[in-house]
Design a protein around this ligand. Structure first.
Ligand SMILES: Nc1ncnc2c1ncn2[C@@H]1O[C@H](COP(=O)(O)OP(=O)(O)O)[C@@H](O)[C@H]1O
Ligand SMILES: [Mg+2]
Length: 378
């Protein structure tokens, strides 16, 4: 049995099903990131684990104990919220020790726990201050400190970095990684930000409309997304997509036709390819970093936006038959990633070389039927 077993969780709000029969298990010490678009049920699932929502059906087993109907304080979980939820009239130390005090611990024990957590989070100098005297990043540390003092079996984080500015978010990602290693704690972290998911998770759970789309390590999901939704959700800029058709197929290769671009793109198939038949409609996916100058299959395009990031360059280009980046945009843009500095002008012609190794294929149901051939370092 795993450390945390979540089995067949359903949560209805009246006639609306927010969580649809979700099951997964978590090993002790894992850093699980649940990611998905706004409204997909992340907070509902986390609040159900914390006991802040009654679930409609299903069971929660933590460390062999059935906690499904336990009161929040008795579950051995502590939750950190996006808006910090600190008591404004209490000092940092009082905020951090409040849970322990309520649980009846002695003043001396509370003090020790608070000071230890403050040291871990480097907020010792702020213990006597009130929350309003602190920056957003410091307040979030206090909220995390309040969870740490309770020594929970599982930490639950609901978008804890969303209110922070970009550079502080990046710093806090690293700090949370340290904290996880230092405490050896089990953490479940909810975010809509795929960068947080990719950088912090031991395993990612992708949620969509109350269902789990896929569970796996960041690179498993990036390299082998089960479906188009996962492929589009992970990766920035997003994977490029266009409509195609299987022109011919045998056990080893498929020939893809894309209107206006190519009649025959030969791609190799392998044992992990899904079922496909001649005439099937497919969506062809190519990640921005897969495009190169040498691949024999070329799409002519014009540079429309240049983002020079120093270490790397992103082009957004117009290429007629391409369907996304943003399907609702007037001019469909194709994203190209170059891992160096490039001098180019808006309006320059560019040729998108698409190597067959980098091609994803998705069937009409959105399932992945062909993965790229990934080259992993030796
Ligand atoms: N108390 C509630 N009553 C009715 N519907 C709710 C309630 N809380 C959340 N929902 C709905 O459940 C869905 C999932 O919400 P939520 O878990 O907050 O999403 P997320 O955190 O992924 O953005 C949304 O459609 C939301 O409108
Ligand atoms: Mg939420």
């Amino acid at each position: 049995m795993s450390f945390l077993e979540i089995t067949n969780i359903v949560k209805d709000y009246g006639a609306f099903r927010a969580i649809n029969d979700v099951s997964f298990s978590v090993e002790e010490g894992e850093f699980i990131v649940m990611v998905g678009p706004s409204g997909c049920g992340k907070s509902t699932l986390l609040r159900s684990l914390a006991g802040l929502e009654d679930i409609t059906s299903g069971s929660l087993i933590l460390g062999g104990r059935d906690i499904t109907r336990d009161e929040p304080a008795d579950r051995g979980v502590a939750m950190v919220f996006q808006n910090y939820a600190l008591y404004p009239h209490m000092t940092v130390a009082q905020n951090m020790g409040f849970g322990l005090k309520m649980a009846g611990q002695s003043k001396a024990d509370v003090k020790v726990a608070v000071e230890r957590a403050a040291k871990t989070l480097r907020i010792t100098d702020h213990l006597h201050k009130r929350p309003k005297m602190l920056s957003g990043g410091q307040r979030q540390r206090v909220a995390i400190g309040r969870a740490i003092t309770r020594s929970p079996d599982v930490f639950l984080f609901d978008e804890p970095l969303s209110n922070l500015d970009a550079s502080l978010r990046a710093q806090m990602r690293v700090e949370l990684g340290h904290l996880h290693a230092e405490l050896g704690a089990t953490m479940i972290y909810v975010t809509h930000d795929q960068v947080e998911a990719m950088t912090m998770a031991s395993r990612i759970i992708v949620l969509n409309g109350g269902d789990i789309e896929q569970i796996g390590t960041p690179l498993e999901l990036y390299n082998k997304p089960a479906n188009r939704f996962v492929a589009e959700f992970l990766g920035s800029p997003r994977i490029n997509l266009f409509d195609g058709k299987i022109a011919a197929i045998n056990a080893q290769t498929a020939s893809i036709k894309i209107d206006g671009i190519a009649d025959h793109l030969e791609i190799s198939l392998s044992s992990d390819s899904g079922p496909m038949a001649s005439g099937d409609k497919v969506t062809v996916g190519i990640r921005p970093e897969s495009i190169n100058d040498t691949a024999p299959w070329k799409i002519p395009a014009k540079i429309s936006v240049i983002e020079s990031l120093g270490r790397e360059t992103l082009f957004y280009v117009n290429a007629d038959p391409v369907k996304t980046l943003d399907p609702d945009a007037k001019d469909p843009l194709f994203a190209v990633h170059k891992s160096n500095q490039i001098t180019a002008q808006i309006g320059d012609d560019i040729s998108l070389g698409i190597p067959q190794e980098g091609v994803f294929l998705f069937n009409e149901a959105g399932e992945t039927v062909r993965y790229p051939i990934t080259q992993t370092a030796p």
